[in-house]
Design a protein around this ligand. Structure first.
Ligand code: ADP
Length: 490
């Protein structure tokens, strides 16, 4: 079966508002294309402010009923949704691969990963505790209770079309919030399919609303939510400039914000590292989704004593990676999401070469496969003057920087406005303790390249944003604390 045939039954193209599929009010559509071939997959609603408003109206109407449901009732709905997502794992995985380009095994893996957040927050829904505070005066009872913040707007990127939106919707619904959402214009189909499954799972009308917009219309659509005082929270994953814009523009109504923004992850290999493990860890962390994740190592620092050996081991492995479309089971690296992405990668590599880098493997577009392909690349002799040191490349390019001392490595790693993920490999216990503390990052991998888990707090520091997704902390972003003070009891 082709990816299209597998995904077909789950394809929806209208907006989902108040429990119904409806076209955009001005009746416009935009095309979603397969990045492997450039072919059109579907036409979906190109929404405007009027659709955003209709979604908020529905979410605001549904809020009193949904927040009044028992936590166990909300949990039961989320569990049914989780079961339906897993029951459709193959079709959803095919849909992710079709519109986003990642290999099919990764597409299916993303379904399980995204679903794990739904299961996690189904359980967390029943554990939203408050506190009884020891009173300081006789006859008083003081307590703190947690309440849903209200209507939440979720705005998501294209690199994990299912997981990013699932890990926003699930905690919002668990907390008793209602949701308006807009997925990325490159990959709206998976999110629409997910919403259909939520509907089948019994999420009541108005509790979850999703609208789609082209890049051009996204500004107008989202601006309506930013200005609307009924929307009490924005949860966003995407680029730092857009995150800052959302923070600025939502200031007028002082919304709560969770921003999971860009990274520039360092990956440090010390002389005392297990080099084979470091190569494995780097391959896992770097080449997931073709290097298009915000926790992908962007700068790889290797200590001088092991630099040559590490570079050789890594280059051999990277040269052997299979590049191709998701429709080919053997593919390990798919196409990049769009031409803008490939152009940025090519720009970074060209700039690095001009500033003294050497190509150890790769280093060019793979135009014979299609316009969106770039060869898995290792560059030697990288330095801080290169654009790829300051900006996230978001592609399959590993630049190797040589360093001498631990202090040098930590200073270089922290010399960025970003602070999402950081990784290092060492077998020295004291160094592990020192470096773990010194790295300015929200997430640190120590002798490990795979960090994401629904049980762990995911999020950054500095200009990588604030708020945490997943874990026991993940619900806090969707709750506010109310202090109750009752007097006259004695
Ligand atoms: P990327 O560069 O990875 O596409 P973006 O931050 O541009 O990341 O996009 C992430 C999400 O933010 C997408 O859903 C996109 O439509 C949305 N978005 C981008 N620009 C704006 C904007 N000016 N206003 C509102 N939403 C935006």
């Amino acid at each position: 079966m082709t990816l299209e045939q597998q995904a077909g039954p789950l394809i929806r193209t209208d907006n989902f508002i108040d429990g119904r599929w409806v076209p955009a009010q001005r009746n416009r559509q935009f095309a979603v294309t397969n990045p492997a071939t450039g072919e059109r997959i579907a036409l979906v609603a190109d929404s405007s402010a009027a659709d955003a408003r209709a979604a908020t109206d529905a979410a605001a109407r549904a809020l009193p009923h949904w927040r009044a449901r028992l936590p166990a009732e909300r949990a039961a709905v989320l569990r049914r949704w989780h079961a339906l997502i897993l029951a459709n794992q193959d079709a959803l995985g095919a849909l992710i691969s079709l519109e986003q380009g990642k290999p099919l095994a990764e597409g299916r893996g993303e379904v399980a990963y995204g679903a794990s957040y739904v299961a996690w927050f189904a359980d967390e829904a029943t554990r939203i505790y408050g506190d009884l505070i020891p009173a300081q005066q006789r006859g008083k009872k003081m307590s703190a209770v947690k309440e849903p913040v209200g209507v939440v707007a979720a705005i998501t990127p294209w690199n994990f079309p299912l997981a990013m939106i699932a890990r926003k919707i699930a905690p919002a619904l668990a907390a008793g919030c209602t949701v308006v959402g807009k997925p990325a214009e490159d990959t709206p189909l998976t999110a629409l399919a997910l919403v259909q499954l939520a509907h089948e799972a019994g999420v009541p009308p108005g509790v979850l609303n999703l609208i789609t917009s082209s890049r051009e219309m996204a500004v107008e659509t989202v601006a309506d939510w930013l200005a609307d005082s009924r929307v009490r929270k924005i949860t966003f994953t995407g680029s730092t400039p857009v995150g800052k814009y959302l923070a600025r523009e939502s200031a007028g109504t002082l919304k709560k914000l969770s921003l999971e923004l860009g990274g520039n992850a360092p990956f440090i290999v010390f002389d005392d590292a297990d080099l084979d493990a470091a190569v494995e860890g780097l391959l896992a962390a770097k080449f997931r989704n073709g290097g298009q994740t915000c926790v992908c190592p962007n700068r790889v620092y290797v200590q001088a004593g092991v630099y040559e050996r590490f570079a050789a081991l890594l280059s051999t492995r990277v040269a052997a990676l299979r590049v191709g479309p998701a429709s080919d089971d053997a593919s390990q690296i798919g196409p990049m999401i769009n031409l803008r992405a490939v152009d940025k990668i090519a720009r970074h590599v060209d700039d690095a070469l001009q500033h003294g880098a050497t190509v150890l493997t790769g280093g060019s577009r793979l135009s014979a496969l299609g316009a969106h392909y770039y060869a898995p690349t290792v560059l030697g002799d990288a330095n801080a003057t290169m654009a790829l040191c300051a900006e996230e490349t978001f592609g399959p390019v590993v630049p190797l920087f040589r360093f001498d001392s631990e202090q040098q490595a930590v200073e270089a790693a922290n010399d960025t406005p970003f602070g999402l993920a950081a990784y290092f490999y060492s077998q020295d216990l004291r160094r592990i303790e020192r470096v773990s503390r010194a790295l300015e990052a929200g997430i640190v991998g120590i002798n490990e390249g795979g960090l994401s888990s629904e049980a762990a707090p995911f999020g950054g520091v500095k200009e990588s944003g604030y708020g945490r997704e997943g874990s026991k902390y993940g619900l806090d972003d969707y709750l506010s604390i109310k202090y109750l003070c009752q007097g006259g009891l004695e």
